[in-house]
Ligand binder design. Structure first.
Ligand SMILES: Nc1ncnc2c1ncn2[C@@H]1O[C@H](COP(=O)(O)OP(=O)(O)OP(=O)(O)O)[C@@H](O)[C@H]1O
Ligand SMILES: [Mg+2]
Length: 237
């Protein structure tokens, strides 16, 4: 079968540009990208190279200036707002660079929230939420609110929230930015496990050499282009 038709996620000539006082800044310059079921892809690039912009486009959180994003063959630009929201709810777990936790909710409630929105029963919610908190090693912190957690713990809550509904696609923006190397390793191990066992696709922005070595492919964003990186071990040690 043609692999292209099997893509979980695909971009065609994806362009994002912003008007600025010095003219138009093109952050993403005609990017053609394909990810299949069970791919674990790391994205690197210097600060401001467009990594967050790229993930936002993939999740339908932002709209392209030109070009298209397809999820399971469906063009996001053919979907209305509620279809995009629905797609995101069922298909995508997003780990935001800035956590995005709700301050008044406990760790448990933050992780449980996407399940509530998706209409899971209370029994399913409790079992999945406890499982996700255990996976990130936070079962003893479940009643803490975000301000009662360390930066790394908040990040782990954000990861638990992204994985709790076992979505087919996880988009993670610097998922281990605040974690020490042991915690980073266990998060990467978890990513690798869900990729292998549940055929989940992960696209993670990172500079962490441990994650880079675990990824199937490493891509670099540079001057608007996304290219595969060879010899990653030599460049990002
Ligand atoms: N709404 C906006 N209007 C204008 N320019 C923007 C907007 N959002 C992002 N940019 C610009 O797009 C570029 C890419 O930003 P982006 O946040 O994607 O970078 P990044 O690679 O994620 O950087 P970092 O590693 O620091 O998180 C930056 O130069 C930024 O200033
Ligand atoms: Mg960013």
């Amino acid at each position: 079968m043609d692999k292209q038709n099997n893509a979980l996620l695909e971009t065609k000539n994806l362009v994002k540009s912003y008007p600025s006082s010095i003219g138009v800044t093109t952050v993403l310059d005609s990017i053609n990208f394909v990810a299949h079921e069970g791919n674990f892809i790391a994205v690197v690039g210097r600060s401001g190279s467009g990594k967050t912009t790229f993930l936002n486009m993939l999740a339908g959180l932002d709209t392209p200036t030109h070009g298209d994003v397809f999820i399971k063959g469906r063009n996001l630009s053919d979907m209305n707002d509620s279809e995009i929201t629905n797609m995101r709810r069922h298909m995508v777990g997003f780990v935001f660079q800035s956590f995005g936790l709700l301050p008044l909710l406990s760790a448990y409630e933050n992780v449980e929230l996407p399940l509530r929105i998706s209409g899971y029963s209370s029994q399913e919610r409790s079992s999945l939420t406890n499982q996700a908190l255990e996976t990130v090693g936070l079962e003893k912190r479940s009643s803490h609110r975000p301000f009662e957690l360390s930066g790394g713990e908040q990040k782990r809550v954000a990861i638990a929230r992204a994985i709790v509904g076992k979505p087919p696609l996880i988009l993670a923006d610097e998922p281990t930015g605040e974690l020490d190397s042991n915690n980073s390793k266990s998060i990467f191990g978890l990513f690798k496990e869900v990729v292998n066992n549940q055929k989940i696709t992960i696209i993670a922005v990172t500079h962490d050499s441990t994650l880079l070595s675990m990824a199937d492919d490493v891509m670099e964003l540079q001057t608007g282009k996304l290219e595969p990186v060879e010899n990653i071990g030599l460049r990002f040690r």
